[in-house]
Design a protein around this ligand. Sequence first.
Ligand SMILES: NC(=O)C1=CN([C@@H]2O[C@H](COP(=O)(O)OP(=O)(O)OC[C@H]3O[C@@H](n4cnc5c(N)ncnc54)[C@H](OP(=O)(O)O)[C@@H]3O)[C@@H](O)[C@H]2O)C=CC1
Ligand SMILES: C[C@H]1O[C@H](OP(=O)(O)OP(=O)(O)OC[C@H]2O[C@@H](n3cnc4c(=O)[nH]c(N)nc43)[C@H](O)[C@@H]2O)[C@@H](O)[C@@H](O)C1=O
Length: 324
Amino acid sequence: MSGANNDATSPSFLSDKSAKIFVAGHRGLVGSAIVRKLLALGFTNLVLRTHAELDLTRQADVESFFAAEKPRFVILAAAKVGGIHANNTYPADFIAVNLQIQTNVIDAAYRFGVKKLLFLGSSCIYPKFAPQPIPENALLTGPLEPTNEWYAIAKIAGIKMCQAYRIQYNWDAISGMPTNLYGPHDNFHPENSHVLPALMRRFHEAKVKGAEEVVVWGTGSPLREFLHVDDLADGVVFMMESYSGLEHVNVGSGKEVTIKELAELVKEVVGFGGRLVWDSTKPDGTPRKLMDSSKLAGLGWTPKISLKDGLVDTYSWYLENVKQ
Ligand SMILES: NC(=O)C1=CN([C@@H]2O[C@H](COP(=O)(O)OP(=O)(O)OC[C@H]3O[C@@H](n4cnc5c(N)ncnc54)[C@H](OP(=O)(O)O)[C@@H]3O)[C@@H](O)[C@H]2O)C=CC1
Ligand SMILES: C[C@H]1O[C@H](OP(=O)(O)OP(=O)(O)OC[C@H]2O[C@@H](n3cnc4c(=O)[nH]c(N)nc43)[C@H](O)[C@@H]2O)[C@@H](O)[C@@H](O)C1=O
């Protein structure tokens, strides 16, 4: 395999709506939002495979897929993903599966002639006590948050792999680092999900049962920044069109809330009338992780959906698609 003969200045992403695009992880929170966005923009040639159809941890299968399909663009939104409890409980899965998926996809994309690839990491790549808001250059400046260091190390390796292929092959691989996301097609598992869908489900079930209280993990003091996944999908398309560079790019909303404030907001949107009880035996995780997204803003992209509007939208999706 000779490798793609790319220079790192790709043709316009938006100019050819018939270009073949592989969205890896298209049934997940992020992948499904990217597919909705691409279809709304008029793209007609998306290549999609479920996990059952193509296990991205299997290198030979990934290579056969790329050899047969030869996509022009790749958006890598397939990963082993979960909230604080899942990350803390299954460290082997989080490091191994993510390293396998991203290594297989990034390498095969380069070798089978993909023109541009976008890799998605996460704000957990930054040190636990990074300066706030966290600039891109805080990467690798201090120890990671222990509850998700295995996942973070895999994601850091993904950023570095994109950089290495750009440096050695002049190949257009870029990395976006989203903050905590939420929206339609989120994972509403009671233990393994992220905080926002977990609380939405717990408040909803408590409302239906007429329960008097809902248990929320930790102390309520950690600060988190939330971005609606439709905003992220818009940002991903923006980066595919407008960004080509070595450094990863933060994608956040710029607005943070405490977990206590989030819980009160979800409670209000769901319409639960009882009280909150805090389980301080559960970990708080990183105390604060507000990203500095001024680099992306400087390039011309900002998010549009407020947390309140996004919660209303997500709860209405939950009522139509998830609740029993
Ligand atoms: N959710 C969040 O808050 C954040 C997410 N991100 C990043 O965004 C990306 C997508 O996350 P998100 O959409 O939330 O995750 P989801 O869990 O919702 O979706 C992940 C997708 O990857 C697929 N997948 C997992 N393992 C494999 C495999 N071995 N082979 C093929 N497909 C596989 C899943 O398929 P299946 O369900 O069939 O297993 C699913 O479609 C990830 O890189 C994540 O790190 C970044 C910051 C925050
Ligand atoms: C996106 C990011 O997500 C993970 O990091 P996290 O930001 O800590 O994610 P979280 O949403 O699970 O928790 C946020 C906060 O909320 C509190 N909390 C309260 N009650 C529930 C609850 O019921 N469930 C959960 N999960 N958390 C709860 C919880 O104790 C914590 O203080 C990474 O592992 C990694 O996956 C990653 O990159």
